[in-house]
Design a protein. Structure first.
Length: 544
């Protein structure tokens, strides 16, 4: 076997003679290509339609690497729609990754000013808010199948383990009343927007922060009540396995502990601060194990031997809690002195003073236990306020500052191993930060339940692209810095270069701007190659 381009002249001539009388296509293999020349009027050379290329192009590379585009094409059914739903699903996910915004903003601004029309071949006049909304409806039914597909694909690509699952819950709020969504309720807001309705989002990730699955719950749902449902849902999708569930102290109810023990489920869970009282003697003992500078741990067995407790003491956390206690103590003391002075100068109703006192202690609850306070009613009906400090409370605070305790039914691990597994929960917290900052999952403008679910699903898919890029960065020794890489590559633009000729004809080329040295290094490390040009599209695209 030989390639014609690699053969010597004698062989090429023989093949050429044999091809005489054959098809035009065969003869063209040997035609000499004459270069084309044109005289360009350099004074009139111009650049048109500069638009964002690097971010959408990089996102599309992640989609293709994952096979997400093929999954869309194979799974989302096609009908009589003008633009296939799989293509519109890609528009939604790429837009959420590159410039998170409403569907209206995508249709009227971002899409036409980005290179996505060139990358996907979907003209801007075909992308409108109504078509994007209907694309959400087409995408949502495939949520479970897509979660399973991505879990397997990511696991294969990056050799990931799903032996440790990290579970956490956050909330995201609505603009508007969301009357058509029964999940939209008022509850504890992590966004400090108690004035708005919200939904709660429960997210499960691996120890590397790779998303395993998620569910959406009512905005007034208590975190602890979601554990059984989310565990059973993940087991229904992926089957039961010898996984370890790591959760924070908000999930640590006795009912949840009993549920997790069933069928050999393993867990590592944070506990309420109040449980430290049961380990006061162990806190006083000196047999702590240092696992890094400023952090100590020790194992404490449960009386029944079926659980292990890990006492943890952090110097940084202790300093933070000490400063917090001092700040709240000063606020309470200043408030008490003001109330005392008020009672001395004027006749105050004891009931009114008690209410003021309650509000003061509620706002500064971290140090409220330090004070013994009495509101006394004098014979003339005047209120008198007395207070003193409880030194026993201060002694306990100083002993327990910086301390917390973990609870697990894994009895054959060291305290250090259990702590390291639990601390991976920061990956779930980091996922929520990315969702809320970079992907702008909040606020939610959709009002109906299905559209809200679809909006969160698109954010989830964009986060998968984000983490895929993060894994590639880690593999290329770039750290876990998808944000910086996306920002740098996102500066690359697509432009139309117009070359007017002296014959009156304009030559148009759609070119990608040349990456600078830093961008080129990033692309090389990631194993990605930018195209130098993009094909010119039809007249509709050129008119955008």
């Amino acid at each position: 076997m030989s390639y014609i381009g690699q053969a010597d002249e004698v062989v090429r001539e023989g093949v050429k003679q044999a091809a005489q009388g054959s098809t035009d296509r065969q003869r063209k293999l040997f035609d000499d290509v004459e270069p084309e020349y044109a005289e360009v009027d350099v004074k009139r050379v111009r650049v048109e339609r500069c638009r964002e290329f690097g971010g959408p192009w990089l996102g599309l590379q992640m989609m293709r690497l994952l096979g997400l585009d093929e999954f869309f094409a194979d799974t989302i059914p096609s009908g009589r729609e003008d633009i296939p739903w799989p293509m519109m699903a890609a528009v939604l996910v790429l837009s959420r990754l590159c410039e998170p915004s409403s569907e209206l903003h995508i249709a009227e601004h971002f899409y036409r000013h980005s290179a996505i029309p060139d990358l996907l071949g979907v003209p801007a006049d075909k992308v409108n808010d109504d078509r994007l909304y209907r694309s959400l409806d087409a995408l949502l039914p495939h949520k479970d199948a897509l979660q399973v597909f991505l879990k397997e694909r990511l696991g294969e690509m990056f050799d990931l383990d799903y032996d440790l699952l990290l579970y956490d819950v956050t909330s995201t709020y609505f603009e508007g009343q969301a009357k058509g969504n029964e999940l939209a309720q008022r509850g504890y807001s992590r966004d400090s927007r108690g004035d708005c309705k919200q939904v709660c989002i429960a997210l499960v990730v691996s120890r590397d922060g790779i998303p395993f699955g998620y569910e959406v719950f009512a905005g007034n749902r208590n975190d602890a009540t979601t554990v059984e449902e989310i565990v059973e849902k993940m087991e229904a999708l992926y089957g039961r396995s010898n996984r370890i569930w790591a959760m924070d102290r908000g999930m640590a109810g006795d009912d949840n502990i009993e549920f997790l023990k069933q069928s050999g489920r393993r867990y590592i869970i944070g506990t309420p601060k109040s449980m430290l009282r049961q380990f006061e003697q162990q806190l006083l003992e000196k047999d702590w194990q240092s696992i890094r500078d400023g952090l100590e741990v020790k194992l404490c067995e449960a009386p029944d031997g079926n659980e292990t407790f890990v006492l943890c003491r952090s110097r940084d956390r202790a300093e933070k809690e000490k400063a917090m206690h001092a700040r709240f103590e000063k606020r309470i003391e200043d408030g008490l002195r003001k109330m005392q002075e008020s009672c001395r100068k004027r006749k105050n109703n004891p009931f009114v003073i008690s209410r003021r006192l309650g509000r003061l202690l509620e706002k500064n609850s971290r140090a409220a236990g330090l004070f013994e306070i009495d509101v006394i009613e004098e014979p003339d009906g005047r209120a008198r306020l007395t207070w003193s400090r409880k030194e026993a409370w201060r002694d306990w605070a100083e002993l327990s500052e910086g301390c917390y305790i973990l609870r697990s039914n894994i009895t054959d691990w060291s305290a250090e191993d259990l702590w390291h597994a639990y601390i991976q929960l920061t990956q779930a917290e980091a996922a929520f930060r990315v969702h809320k900052s970079d992907l702008r999952i909040r606020p939610v403008w959709h009002q109906t339940a299905e559209r809200v679910q679809a909006h969160i699903f698109v954010c989830f898919l964009a986060y998968v692209l984000w983490k895929t890029l993060g894994q590639l960065c880690r593999r290329a020794d770039l750290g876990d810095e998808p944000r910086r890489v996306l920002e740098e590559i996102g500066k690359i633009r697509l432009v139309d270069v117009v070359l007017p000729t002296r014959q009156g004809v304009e030559i148009r080329r759609r070119c990608v701007t040349r990456p600078d040295d830093h961008q080129q290094i990033l692309l090389q490390k990631l194993g990605l190659n930018l195209p130098e040009q993009m094909p010119l599209a039809d007249k509709n695209m050129n008119a955008m």
